[in-house]
Ligand binder design. Structure first.
Ligand code: GTP
Ligand code: SPV
Ligand code: MN
Length: 581
């Protein structure tokens, strides 16, 4: 018996399913699963011509987003989880969470889902095995990962896999736990069927567990998109960007260039997760460990993200969108006006008052269906990064873009990122919180150590990427976005590449280097001079008002915070004072 078979057998003894099915990832298997889910109401087939091969899943109304307050790091000691993670001792997990798995799969099928995170044949790829009693999870994992045969082939008889046990349980938030054991590299998830809570290869493995592996092994697991930017003449740059959930990663990764005819083109390497490693050339190299996109549906339309629209035209699982009576999916932002009759995300006739699609409704689709997918998206070595971009959703304070002074300052910029919360996680929406590197909910260990690891990584790179910060979401008094965003974000990327090449105008400010008024091409956007000024403004008093929150956030880490970061706050404070004086 292989270690995997042993773990499956032991698990079945606890969960007591009616049957155990090892998934091979074949189309025939998927057809059987979908057929079964259509029969039992888990899935609805959508319009055969308008949405061929597409299905709709409506989740429990209380199971529509990640539940960060029910997500735990079960490290041996609390300090290893750090002040920003919920901690549960491994003993408490055994007492409180394990019993929820006992007999949980009675009357159900236990699916064994072997999967690979990472490009096929890449030395950086890693195997996971998810055990789940949800056919919906299996269907999603088949799209999001390299599932089945390729994983078993890579694994062989080895014990090098990350086990993840998932059960829907009774779907009650009162009996929902997502627990990570970083030392054993094990994941337990019970009580939710939703994306990041249940597709264990994604946030649980590829970020929380992988970040702990990465720290030990000298690499980084990050909540980042990866894009390819081609310039006229064929010069190519790769950029990775970390924005918090529902803050624009998928959209930036699929950007359609407004200057395509001049030879500027963007292609997609990844939209949510990047594994980064120093290369022999002293640069930082990135791979996308995923095989699909689990993307935010609302706001996706022909004007904002035509590449996503083309990607999700067929063979897509939609979760919690609205639908016409004849099965055409609909959501806010798909087109100008909703169809006459619509069934909302909960399956009720839409009364046109609230949202028809849930704000965190999602599509699951294979990356290879994306028209802008880069020919190098599965490159086993990855792609070398010219720039790393941090960004948040801030109605005020943060300018459209600024550049950090060097790697150490870039780590400070990432570590102090602030962003308004979104519908991707349960809880209040629109409150500013510190979300370092967009990893607050995804770092598997003490974030003070994570910052130290980032600093150390920079020292090991001879040619580190240049670090920038962006904010597409600056708004006016009435809440309207000042910046057109989406495709026009290319203009900001082009300034970055100018800077990478030692060109492009920039002025020093206390927070870093901000473009000079003419350094970004605003031509044709119809932006008033006052709006341009606001977009690039670094307001001393607004930034000074940020300082107490930044300091309080850093205080939570106590002595463990790298001294470089504390020094950086002091430098920022001094420069803000000097600038005001
Ligand atoms: P996760 O999948 O949760 O990690 O989200 P994400 O970071 O990939 O965010 P996504 O690209 O799906 O965008 C989230 C929402 O922000 C969508 O409704 C988008 O339409 C909107 N959005 C994305 N980019 C921009 C932009 O440049 N400007 C504006 N105004 N909205 C944007
Ligand atoms: C996010 O919330 O950052 C997502 C969706 O990408 S989930 O897979 O649910 O984490
Ligand atoms: Mn995400």
């Amino acid at each position: 018996m292989t270690p995997a078979e042993r773990w499956v057998e032991e698990t079945a003894k606890v969960t007591r399913p009616d049957r155990v099915v090892w998934c091979d990832g074949s189309p025939a298997e998927n057809d059987r699963l979908v057929e079964g889910m259509v029969k039992d109401g888990t899935l609805e087939r959508l319009h055969p011509q308008e949405a061929p091969g597409c299905t709709l899943h409506r989740s429990q109304p209380t199971d529509v987003a990640r539940t960060e307050h029910l997500t735990f790091i079960a490290s041996g000691t609390q300090v290893d989880a750090g002040p920003t993670n919920n901690w549960m001792s491994p003993a408490e997990a055994r007492n409180k969470v394990r019993p929820l798995f006992e007999g949980a799969m009675k009357g159900r099928t236990m699916f064994v889902v072997p999967y690979v995170m990472g490009p096929p044949g890449s030395p950086f790829s890693k195997v996971g095995i998810e055990i789940t009693d949800s056919a919906y999870v299996v269907a999603n994992m088949r799209i999001m990962t390299r599932m089945g045969r390729p994983a078993l082939d890579q694994l062989g008889g080895s014990d090098e896999f990350v086990p993840g046990l998932h059960s829907l349980g009774d779907l009650s938030p009162d009996r929902r736990f997502i627990v990570h054991f970083p030392e054993e590299r094990l994941i337990w998830s019970v009580g939710s069927g939703y994306g990041g809570n249940a597709l264990l290869g994604k946030k649980c493995f590829a970020l929380r567990i992988a970040s702990t592996m990465a720290r030990e092994q000298g690499w980084l697991a990050e909540h980042m998109l990866i894009l390819e930017l081609e310039l006229p003449g064929g010069e190519v740059h790769y950029i990775a960007a970390a924005f918090p959930s529902a803050c624009g990663k998928t959209n930036l990764a699929m950007l359609v260039s407004p200057f395509e005819r001049k030879g500027y083109r963007v292609r997609t390497v990844g939209d949510d997760i990047a594994w980064l490693r120093p290369g022999e050339d002293g640069r930082l190299w990135a791979v996308n460990p995923e095989a699909g996109f689990f993307g935010v549906v609302p706001g996706t339309g022909p004007d904002t993200n035509p590449n996503a629209m083309a990607t999700i035209r067929r063979d897509t699982i939609f979760t919690n969108v609205a639908v016409t009576p004849d099965g055409i999916p609909w959501w806010e932002g798909k087109d100008k006006s909703p169809p006459a009759a619509l069934i909302d995300w909960q399956g009720k006739p839409w009364d046109r008052s609230g949202k028809a699609a849930h704000p965190n409704s999602r599509f699951t689709v294979a990356a290879r269906q994306c028209p802008s997918i880069s020919p190098r998206w599965e490159d086993s070595k990855g792609v070398p990064l010219s720039a790393i971009v941090f960004g948040g959703r801030r109605a005020r304070v943060a300018p459209l873009v600024f550049q950090s002074r060097d790697w150490e300052h870039g780590v400070f910029v990432g570590a102090t990122m602030g962003s308004e919360t979104t519908a991707a996680a349960t809880g209040q929406v629109g409150v500013v919180r510190r979300d370092p590197m967009a990893m607050l909910p995804f770092c598997g260990y003490n974030m003070a150590d994570y910052f130290a690891h980032w600093l150390k990584m920079g020292r090991s790179l001879r040619a580190p990427p240049v670090v920038f910060h962006v904010n597409w979401f600056r708004a006016d008094e009435s809440g309207r976005f000042l910046w057109p965003g989406f495709g026009e974000n290319l203009r900001v990327l082009l300034w970055m590449i100018d800077r990478v090449k030692g060109k492009g105008g920039a002025r020093e400010t206390p927070i870093g280097l901000v473009p000079t008024p003419d350094a970004i091409d605003f031509e044709g956007l119809g932006l008033q001079p006052a709006v341009r000024e606001t977009l690039l403004r670094v307001d001393r008093s607004e930034w000074t008002a940020e300082l107490p929150d930044i300091r309080a956030f850093f205080e939570r880490f106590g002595e463990r915070l790298p001294p470089e970061l504390r020094r950086s706050v002091d430098v920022l404070a001094d420069q803000l004072t000097a600038a005001t004086a």
